[in-house]
Design a protein around this ligand. Sequence first.
Ligand code: ADP
Ligand code: MG
Length: 270
Amino acid sequence: MKTPPSSEPKGYIPSKLSLRGVGKYFHARGRSLQALDNISLDVSEGEFVCLLGPSGCGKSTLLNIIAGLEQADAGSLLCDGEAVASPGRERMMMFQESALFPWLDVLDNVLFSLRLKPGMNAAERRETAEFYLRLVGLERFHHAFVHELSGGMKQRVALARALAPNPRILLMDEPFAALDALTREQLYGDLQRIWRERRKTILFVTHNVREAVCLGDRVVLLSPHPGRIQRQFSIELPRPRDISSVEVARHATEITAALKGTERHAEEAA
Ligand code: ADP
Ligand code: MG
């Protein structure tokens, strides 16, 4: 157990994730592009944070840095007080495309993410994979192959696969963006239930304002060129939330106005 700095008040809870002044540049075809500038963000244990912003504002880059898939060029990133430099089992990522292995069935796809988990025998791995497939509602599809699944079912398998090693942090990059509205709504309900039951810390990237309001305790609005934190919105609505509710729409209207401001700003700067 880590002791908090002595200057902190009693009852101090350290951040699960702490970013300070994170910056990132890309170099392509002789040009340098600043993707992120001075990103500072604290995420508490168990918090559900949505990163919202227009395409190209650096959301994926930021998530990849937190995942350890990319390195920041400036600033620091701590997870549980330790510097993050590489991917780790405590931070699992989920993408827009399910990225499942087509030659494996559903159960084997989930088992794959447990292959490096130490201290588990084959029976325990199987039990764990089955548990998470049940959690995402796919208990009857263990032996289906990827091409036999709908888009929503593929994302459910990808979610079970990300959850199976029991990460503390789930990093989700527009995981539902390619799905139809009805399937997405079911997944919003399931994700909120799983987040509560399994007590995960979730960072969820989206460009969909209502989605961000429906899911997040907090919505972090990024503006582009370079990606910066523009504003943060705390969403204090009871759960489970319904994306079609008046309350979600009300918050979404306010955030959309701020988002339009960032886009106008970016056009003027370009
Ligand atoms: P978002 O996920 O918000 O759409 P990204 O993080 O993918 O944004 O990209 C942010 C900016 O960085 C964009 O201008 C994009 O073109 C650029 N970028 C992202 N990845 C690379 C890369 N590997 N090489 C060069 N430029 C990149
Ligand atoms: Mg992206």
